[in-house]
Design a protein around this ligand. Structure first.
Ligand code: AMP
Length: 211
């Protein structure tokens, strides 16, 4: 049985990009709480309407709401998951273990990166909403400006990827990450990768820690 994978790291540390590749290479299922929440907003659901303003500011949605959404979309009997964006704080780390994973084996991988380089990375990020491809205007531009290489669809900038919101998201991250890392250090499940390296080099590190 493959271990469940938990990706930890700042917004823009490369978790989403790497998760998409791990899905292809190792047959994992990617579950991103940010994506699930954005889907609820796009569908105009009650939950989506409730969380929209919190997400636009870059603050955290309350733990109960995110946990419910996660549970609803998670079938541990039949899938090995890559959890991306959950847990975001100590409380969520405990909930993930006690309520969702229970005694299933897991590995928590921290994407270690200097937060100073993140603002530029994230403000240059563009995404293809349907194919899920992620681009960077400086380091991984699309072949045709503004269009996804794979699906041809129009690329968009996430509403919370503007500089002011990114700075707030980073502050939220800084104020919540240490207890989460301590938690997984204590459980013996924590490994770190150097996320400042190129995407291929980060993938190499990931494959060696997952094996
Ligand atoms: P992400 O796509 O992971 O960058 O998440 C985008 C936004 O969704 C965050 O800034 C939060 O507002 C919200 N969000 C995603 N995951 C969580 C979580 N586990 N707990 C609370 N809020 C979350």
């Amino acid at each position: 049985m493959k271990p469940q994978i938990i990706l930890l790291g700042a917004p823009g540390s490369g978790k989403g990009t790497q998760a998409a590749q791990l899905v292809e290479k190792l047959g994992y299922t990617h579950i991103s709480t940010g994506e699930l929440l954005r889907k609820e907003i796009n569908e105009g659901s009650d939950l989506g309407n409730k969380v929209k303003s919190v997400m636009d500011k870059g603050d955290l949605v309350d733990d109960d709401t995110v946990l419910e959404l996660l549970k609803k979309n998670c079938d541990l009997e039949n899938n090995a998951y890559i959890f991306d964006g959950f847990p975001r704080n100590y409380e969520q780390a405990k909930l993930l273990d006690n309520v969702v994973l229970k005694d299933v084996s897991k590995i928590a991988i921290y994407f270690d990166i200097d937060l100073e380089v993140i603002v530029e990375r994230v403000t240059n990020r563009r995404v293809a909403p349907k194919s899920g491809e992620i681009y960077n205007l400086k380091t991984k531009p699309p072949k045709t400006p503004g269009k996804c290489d794979i699906s041809g669809e129009e690329l968009i900038q996430r509403k919370d990827d503007n500089e002011e919101t990114v700075r707030n998201r980073l502050n939220v991250f800084k104020s919540t990450v240490d207890p989460v890392l301590e938690y997984y250090n204590k459980t013996g499940d924590l490994v770190k990768v150097d996320a400042s390296r190129s995407p291929d080099e980060v993938m190499e590190q990931l494959l060696s820690v997952i094996d």
